[in-house]
Design a protein around this ligand. Structure first.
Ligand SMILES: Nc1nc2c(c(=O)[nH]1)N(C=O)[C@@H](CNc1ccc(C(=O)N[C@@H](CCC(=O)O)C(=O)O)cc1)CN2
Ligand SMILES: Nc1nc2c(ncn2[C@@H]2O[C@H](COP(=O)(O)OP(=O)(O)OP(=O)(O)O)[C@@H](O)[C@H]2O)c(=O)[nH]1
Ligand SMILES: [Mg+2]
Length: 461
């Protein structure tokens, strides 16, 4: 079935792009263009008419993109019309009138996948590219869309096929023990090196997933220290309610930030204390959960409080213990870092260096003093933790799971080989690993396996 969709965003615009894909693209375009089909892949000016009523619909630029050398691999056409709502509606209605169907979300890309134009990881990369909000996300998505993952996974796939071919050969020669043994032994180092490579790929600190979703930063601390004020200052808008009374924030409030191209998801949370009301208690529970799950915890304390005792005057003895220590300093994310943030320095005398420890960042959420240093610390953390090297291979839990399954199957194969397991069972472990890698790229192709096995078999003989 031939499909169409508005490929540019919804709503009024200067120009709107309507895309058509499928067998009827050619005759639909021909009819819309009053019998003057444009030359392939060359932008042409046409007056568009309704194919049956002949009513003039718009003046447009049009593209005729015959398959298979295009995005979907099917015949395609594109209409660049004036981006008014009624224009778009009229042209789309005309397409429906001649029997075309509105595309489902992702249907053009699904067809491209079906026609072998891209594999699953490249399609995911395309989705990520469209959703990319920051420069680092754009680079990661483009690398994935351009086949960075596919290349690596296909290399793994080839190594695995080699191991499988040896095992299959040993099965075929089971009545000639020497040959069978020899072939089987060849499979072991292949499987071992692949298992090690998968292990290395998994030990990436979840860089790809974190950058894809945004680095999670939770602001936590006692009530009224200025957490919501900091969120608002960084967001540049009044996302959270700020009020001079402890216990203002209850829900977790999220704001997306782009700092130097790194994506952050900043979360403001309820102040942590023994809350009296059940609603506030729930807020505190959510605050602790957000901190636990965060990549970075900004543990905030109020630097202006008398009982902080951390900013003693020259020569004076140190005061009471750190006020934020219970609420802020005690919270540690399960796998992230913690930065101590001392707020309200506009009210306090300049703190003695190191009063709050060498790592503390001194800010005023009110005057914005120190915010650049805080942003710089976040960017430094992001580039040190997630920025190094080439684009990450794993960007979704799905990839991690399949690679994990493949690795586990390879380990089972190696353990079995050591224990003298029957080659039939050994072959089964490898097939399981192949299934997992096949699901990764969406290219699970048995013919591929057989072709490779047959090739190896001949060489080995
Ligand atoms: N107008 C327009 N802009 C667009 C797209 C589109 O479909 N139309 N794209 C899509 O969403 C992206 C570009 N992606 C494309 C992917 C493949 C081919 C293509 O023609 N592939 C052929 C030949 C490749 C070549 O000449 O090297 C092929 O695969 O055989 C075109 C665009 C972004 N911009
Ligand atoms: N002088 C000064 N006042 C601040 C600063 N940051 C926040 N405040 C004030 O401190 C009070 C509490 O600020 P909030 O941002 O609501 O504090 P919070 O930590 O979100 O409080 P809860 O939501 O109750 O946990 C407000 O009156 C703010 O205006 C600062 O840097 N300097
Ligand atoms: Mg608040």
């Amino acid at each position: 079935m031939t499909i169409y969709a508005l490929s540019s965003g919804p709503g009024r615009a200067g120009i709107a792009v309507i895309r058509i894909s499928g067998r009827a693209s050619r005759k639909t375009l021909y009819a819309l263009c009053n019998g003057r089909l444009p030359a392939p892949r060359v932008s042409s000016f046409r007056r568009l008419r309704h194919p049956t009523s002949r009513e003039m619909l718009d003046e447009a630029m049009v593209l005729w993109l015959p398959g298979p050398a295009n995005f979907t691999g099917e015949d395609m056409a594109e209409l660049y019309v004036h981006g008014g709502r009624a224009v778009v509606t009229a042209v789309m209605n005309a397409l429906a009138d001649v029997g075309l169907r509105l595309a489902e979300p992702g249907e053009f890309t699904r067809r491209a996948f079906g026609n072998g134009k891209l594999d699953l990881t490249e399609a995911e990369g395309l989705a990520d590219l469209i959703n990319a909000d920051t420069e680092i996300q754009r680079r990661q998505a483009l690398a994935q869309h351009s086949g960075a993952m596919r290349a690596r996974y296909e290399k793994w796939w080839r190594t695995l096929l080699k191991a499988m071919a040896y095992v299959e050969a040993s099965l075929d020669f089971s009545d000639e023990a020497d040959i069978a043994d020899g072939a089987f032994k060849e499979a072991v180092p292949e499987a071992r090196s692949l298992a090690a490579e998968l292990e290395r790929a998994l030990a990436d600190g979840r860089r790809g997933e974190i950058l894809r979703e945004g680095i999670s930063v939770a602001i936590v601390g006692e009530p009224n220290v200025g957490k919501s004020s900091l969120l608002n200052a960084l967001a540049g808008r009044e996302a959270a309610i700020v009020y001079d009374e402890p216990g203002t924030t209850r829900d977790v409030i999220e704001v997306s930030l782009d700092l130097d191209g790194y994506p952050f998801v900043l979360r403001d949370t309820a102040g942590i204390r023994e809350a009296a009301s059940p609603v506030e208690q729930e807020g505190v529970r959510r605050a602790l959960a957000a901190a636990e799950a965060a990549d970075v915890v900004l543990a905030m304390v109020d630097g202006s409080c008398g009982d902080v005792g951390a900013v003693p005057a020259e020569g004076e003895a140190g005061g009471a213990p750190l006020r934020g220590s219970i609420a802020g300093a005690a919270i540690t994310p399960s796998s992230g870092v913690k930065l101590l943030v001392v707020n309200k320095v506009d009210l306090a005398p300049p703190p003695a260096p190191g009063s709050f420890g060498p790592e503390a960042i001194y800010i005023s959420a009110k005057t914005c003093l120190g915010l650049d240093a805080l942003k710089a610390a976040l960017v430094r953390f992001a580039s040190e933790s997630y920025g190094s090297g080439e684009a990450p291979t794993i960007t979704r839990v799905r990839h991690r799971q399949e690679i994990g399954r493949a690795r586990a199957a390879l380990v089972a194969f190696l353990d079995g080989a050591e224990a003298g397991e029957a080659p039939e069972l050994a072959a089964e472990h490898l097939r399981e690993a192949a299934d997992a890698l096949g699901r990764l790229t969406g290219r699970l192709d048995v013919e591929d396996v057989l072709g490779q096995i047959f090739g190896e078999f001949c060489v080995g003989k």
